[in-house]
Design a protein around this ligand. Sequence first.
Ligand code: ADP
Length: 218
Amino acid sequence: MINIILFGAPGSGKGTQSDKIAKKFELVKISTGDILRECLNDATNPLYSTIKEKYDKGQLVSDDIINQMIVNYIDSSKNNNGYIFDGFPRNIAQGEFLQDYLQKSHNKVDKAILMDIDAGVLIDRIVNRFTCNNCGAIYNSKTKKPTIDNVCDICVGTNFKRRSDDNEETVKKRLTEYKNLTESLINFYEKQGLLITVDANREVDVVTQDLYDIISHI
Ligand code: ADP
């Protein structure tokens, strides 16, 4: 079993790359952002308002809620190949929790891969981002529009959506949370010899190739 963490600033490409990695290496992808968005689609969820309050402000949801989500997800997926974690852990307490939890089943984190990106490009990347409602393909209204306006290149779907937290004010807060909390994981994983840094400023496919090479050598 291999367990890989992909972390980096909002907009660094974690979601895109972790989907590709999960497919290629037959890993289960665990994205805490996706799990939270699913909860936010259901106003009857008991955690709805607690999550929404933090999510819409770009602040981290509490460790208790997030750690429990991870436990539930792993328990229900039971995959022997392993997991790719996208957006978790996001602070040292979550990092320690994950290690303790994996250790209980004699597993461990194999690599923590930092998607390193210049802060300057991020806000633009995120506020112009939208996705196909049907297949999840990601577009950008400045740099990567669908070939035919309002028609998805992949599935010809015609419904698109934007994330509620992809507005400039919330993105700024998410970047601050990243700097204040998540960046401390760089040191945390470096000390344990688990850190690998990838230059995420490059084309998607070039970054993917680097990630495949790293993971094939674990
Ligand atoms: P991004 O990395 O682009 O900010 P995510 O989808 O990973 O996007 O996260 C969106 C929001 O979900 C975060 O701003 C935060 O409110 C919440 N969130 C996601 N993962 C975590 C986590 N591990 N701990 C706390 N909050 C989280």
